[in-house]
Design a protein. Sequence first.
Length: 393
Amino acid sequence: MTHNATSARPVSIMRRFLDSETSGGIMLMAAAALALIVTNSPLSHAYFEALHIMLGPLSLSHWINDALMAVFFLLVGLEIKREILDGQLASWPNRILPGIAAAGGVILPALIYTAFNYHDPVKARGWAVPSATDIAFALGVLSLLGTRVPASLKVFLATLAILDDLAAVVIIAIFYTSELSMPYLAAAFATFIVLLAMNRMGVMKLLPYLIGGAVLWFFVLNSGVHATVAGVVTALTIPLNPAPGKPDDMTSPLHRLEHALAKPVSFIIVPLFGFANAGISFSGLNASVFGDMLTLGVMIGLFVGKQLGVFGAAWLAIKTGFAEKPAGVSWAQLYGVAILCGIGFTMSIFIGLLSFPSEFLQTETKIGVLSGSALSAVIGYLMLRLITTTRKA
């Protein structure tokens, strides 16, 4: 009986990613590629017109970026909460190395981007664009190497990416907030208190939390804070432990919601976001756009800044004794994974949309994100492939 109960315990989203991240990454890549094909075909006009169609109070583009992505951030919040309370981030020894590496991977790309664009106040707003890592893409590329990559390296990358997502959420909440509406902000806070009270009172049904989360999203949308923050805030109120001594019980509301959202987010919401936002029409674009400071800042920030920031911070932490190198992982493998951290597709484009209202600047951002992410994916994969092949030989 004990054995059956143990085997029935749900697998966390992080473990699931380690097993099936390839398919989600492929879906995202396919969606981005399709967007590029469509926007450079006779269907280009229809593509851009469709994104501006009004559906009620919001355009189709806003429904995707403000509403559906709030669900993505809800899943991110659930994952962060679960891992902090009952996963890879539950103890300080497990947090230290990926935490320090994530900090380096946020700070250095931001500094590199700022070095390129400090002279232009408008472009300087995009400093956070190259600071994000796309967990689905990065783990998807790493999974292509199969069992040749130590499991501890996958866990390190997944943990780092989760902390990176947390940093991105904080950055969006603090730095990408427009003029605040105090009445709506007060209503959002009151809704959060109600959700928190339900948690404290032991409410275990998901429906009240989902209804409260939708109400919270509406108030946050109108408050000036970006609406997707409502997803993370709602996640913090979802109960994890249904009973004392059962931190990993499958009846936990957090578990049920996390696993219910995993596939829709990976296979519908994120690819739809990629399709709606990766489209770049090269018609009429001057070649100089590829050498613009904004484009270069994003591309070099992702490809160079991420790998040097992540690896440099990790190396320093290990050499000074603050953290230990993951078991069975070589320095070369750690560097290869640091390169993969430069894949910043989803979150980078999302922050770019928040940074620049101008479509032209958004296009430059997307070019920088796509080129920096592609370089990081290809070079990171080839390096890890070469290392594992050499080590096997």
